[in-house]
Design a protein around this ligand. Structure first.
Ligand SMILES: Nc1ncnc2c1ncn2[C@@H]1O[C@H](COP(=O)(O)OP(=O)(O)OP(=O)(O)O)[C@@H](O)[C@H]1O
Length: 464
């Protein structure tokens, strides 16, 4: 949607305007009647329309077309061409929402000025629309586990400051959700939140995307920094930013100014920057892939977002939320999660974290039959649950290489750590589930060197 549709029944005129605009670097399409115009509009809406008021041998005149455009595509600026002396009609067109009008015979410079302004307006509207889309995404950040509450506590502390936050954590763990939480609770909540996915932007496009560009033909195109002005710029996977762009970003952080690509003027912005990484940036610095000074500027307040396997307790809550969301968004069945299925999910490894969990629930709801509770077999980590072989345990290479006694200890340690984690460190509930007396479980944990409160490995000396 970046071209101009020229609608005029006089072939000479539409071709003349088309040639002038093409020489100026615009892409154009031509229509000689209202039918042709409507076809073009339905195929792809243009960025701008130049529309003659009188269309001979057409079903609709310019004003009729204008009304349709304003109803269906209100963001497209329409410049009206009117015959000399038709000033009242031109004014009527402006009242119907036309952007501006030019009189025939027109002056080329005047035409170009109007087009340039209208194109800028169109670009601005589209940017605002895309920002609104981003901002309208409702924020849901769920969790009740101790590690999750600790995360919220940390986020609450940083929301009110203007400090730069670096979110670390594995893919899909909720780093962007955490960044949005900061935005929503900060004094910038009504200003934009703009995400730059550094990993998905072509390296040679990165500077244009961030800083925008300007040239004589197209005028100014604002980049993401300007779109985020007054609000928050979220640099997702910042380690993927090319080294050259890193130097320029560093300058932005130092004095909040930059130049658009092709521009000479300094543009000033007021931004709070939040960045995220799933990689170890110290390693990236050691390998020469990341600028140390930029790291220190971005990493003023480091916040670690925990992996899903570190907050297994939150799993049923997250599953309920995803079922509700998928029911509302896609009409998928509103099922519940059986206790057995919850236990299976809580013992999974989850390398893809919360995102992987959501995908799995979506798949189960699509493929499953019936509206009953989700069963353990449906979430057992295989696409063909009936082939799972019942209770067969798959032996990992590491376990298979150990003598029985050590393998049993390694299994017991892993099993009990997972269960303690599932029950949020609650020993009574863990003991009940695993079928042991509370005191026996304590002795077992001690002998295996597991810290009872956290379910973490210890040197065996820790007492509850
Ligand atoms: N605490 C949470 N409550 C509800 N949904 C969550 C939570 N954390 C993550 N999600 C959901 O999980 C998915 C992944 O989250 P998000 O994009 O924030 O992860 P990320 O760490 O930024 O991932 P990546 O590093 O791959 O960009 C999203 O659908 C998000 O809504």
């Amino acid at each position: 949607m970046s071209d101009i549709l020229i609608v005029d029944d006089e072939r000479d005129i539409r071709e003349l305007i088309g040639d002038i605009l093409e020489d100026e670097g615009y892409a154009v399409r031509l229509a000689g009647s209202s039918d042709e115009c409507m076809q073009q509009l339905n195929a792809t809406p243009p960025a701008l329309m130049i529309l003659d008021i009188w269309l001979k041998d057409s079903q609709m005149d310019g004003i009729d077309i204008l009304k349709v455009v304003k109803r269906d595509n209100p963001g497209i600026p329409v410049v009206i061409i009117s015959g000399h002396g038709n000033i009242e009609i031109a004014v009527a067109a402006i009242k119907q929402g036309a952007y501006d009008f030019i009189e025939k015979p027109f002056n080329i410079d005047q035409l170009l000025v109007v087009i340039r302004r209208a194109m800028e307006t169109s670009l601005l509207r589209r940017e605002n629309q895309s920002l609104k889309r981003v901002d309208q995404k409702p924020l849901v950040m769920l969790g009740e586990s101790a590690v999750f509450r600790a995360l919220i506590g940390q986020l609450d502390k940083v929301t009110r400051s203007n400090g730069r936050v670096m979110l670390t954590g594995p893919a899909g763990s909720g780093k962007e959700v955490a960044a949005r939480y900061i935005h929503q609770h900060s004094n910038r909540a009504t200003a934009p939140f703009v995400t730059v996915s550094c990993a998905s932007i072509q390296p040679d496009q990165m500077e244009t995307v961030l800083f925008g560009r300007e040239n004589a033909e197209r005028g100014v195109e604002k980049g993401m920094l300007e779109q985020a002005n007054g609000g928050i710029l979220y640099l997702d996977e910042v380690a993927d930013m090319p080294l050259g762009t890193q130097s320029k970003m560093l300058r932005v952080l130092v004095d909040q100014t930059f130049q658009r690509v092709g521009g000479t003027d300094k543009v000033r912005v007021d931004l709070r920057v939040i960045s995220s990484t799933g990689r170890d940036l110290k390693d990236e610095i050691a390998q020469g892939n990341f600028r140390e000074e930029l790291y220190h500027r971005l990493n003023v307040v480091p916040v670690a977002v925990p992996a899903l396997s570190d907050r297994r307790e939150d799993l049923p809550l997250l599953v309920d939320h995803f079922i509700d969301e998928l029911h509302t968004q896609q009409g998928l069945p509103k099922r519940t999660l059986s206790e057995e299925a919850a236990a299976v999910l809580q013992s999974h490894v989850w390398p893809g974290n919360v995102r992987q969990l959501r995908n799995l629930i979506e798949r189960v709801l699509i493929l499953g039959d019936g509206d009953g509770p989700i069963t353990a077999a449906e979430v057992s980590g295989t696409d063909t649950p009936s082939d799972a072989g019942g209770d067969r345990v798959v032996l990992s290479g590491a376990l298979a290489a150990l003598p029985l006694r050590e393998a049993r200890e390694a299994f017991e340690r892993e099993y009990l750590m997972t269960q303690i984690n599932r029950f949020g460190g609650n020993i009574s509930r863990t003991a009940q589930f695993v079928g042991m007396e509370r005191s026996a479980l304590h002795r077992k944990l001690k002998s295996l060197g597991i810290g009872a409160k956290t379910g973490s490995k210890s040197d065996g000396s820790e007492e509850e």
